[in-house]
Design a protein around this ligand. Sequence first.
Ligand code: GLN
Length: 313
Amino acid sequence: MKPLPLRQTELDSLLQKIHLHVNSAPRRGQVATYIPALASVDANKFGLAVATLDGNVSSVGDAAEPFSIQSISKLFALVLACKTIGSDLWIRVDRMPSSNQFNSLIELEIESGKPRNPFVNAGALVVSDCLSSRFVQMESAVVHLIRELTGNPEINYDRAVAASEMAVAHRNMAAAYLMKSFSNFANPVDQVLKAYCAQCAIRSSCIDLARGALFLANRGVCPSTKKVVISPTQTHQVCSLMTSSGTYESSGETSFTIGLPVKSGVGGGLLGIIPGYGAICAWSPSLDQSGTSVAGLDALQQFVAETDCSVFL
Ligand code: GLN
């Protein structure tokens, strides 16, 4: 075990070691199939990237290959909502963990249409609804934010993946209508759902996502441009939500085994924040029951164990 910061060569060899370990482990989990366009992704892909506040990036495997970021987009949508709506957002969505699946409707009915947190689908739909009241095309606003944060103007959403999810978005639509029945949904459901599916269909790589999340390790300031993205308090709030709800019902377990603020997506991405140091992003499409990348969890757990960088130490 060697605490951070590591020299670039040490970081490179640690990532190579993790890559070897992940490749030699038996592959567990399942690729997401409920969004038809995601079912054909190669389960053997694996990428890992670490970006540091001093501007270095270390990566292995398929870290430069764009993948469907899915719920990792909810993190950037939340950041945009913090910037544009501020604390009023919390009138419409809570900050509590949930022990149900990300697309569950159970609590939503019992709790009068106020979603548990901005990362479960219902909560992310409320965020999309809020953003749809501010932006003509909220999905483009999220794409612009990610382009700005990563410095990559090529980032966009995949229309085929967005359309494929929209065609089977019955459960998300049900959540939106349920919230509408409780007066917690302002815009037409169809319109917000379309924007939400487009936002989830954004494609980006481990390298871009690790770079793009650096402001969360830097009290809300983008280290390359020095621009304030969100305030230190909002950074604390976003990272706290990532810790309590970033991998949904398995967040407690993730916090126990990894100990970093993280956000998962059913495309197989897993993005983690190492406050004061940098960000780490893994991609491997096979998922566990909570929709979290199995090899991604493994990679982040190894990285933390080898560098002692849990936020709880
Ligand atoms: N677009 C997906 C959905 O709404 C995102 C889920 C996820 O990545 N956990 O179901």
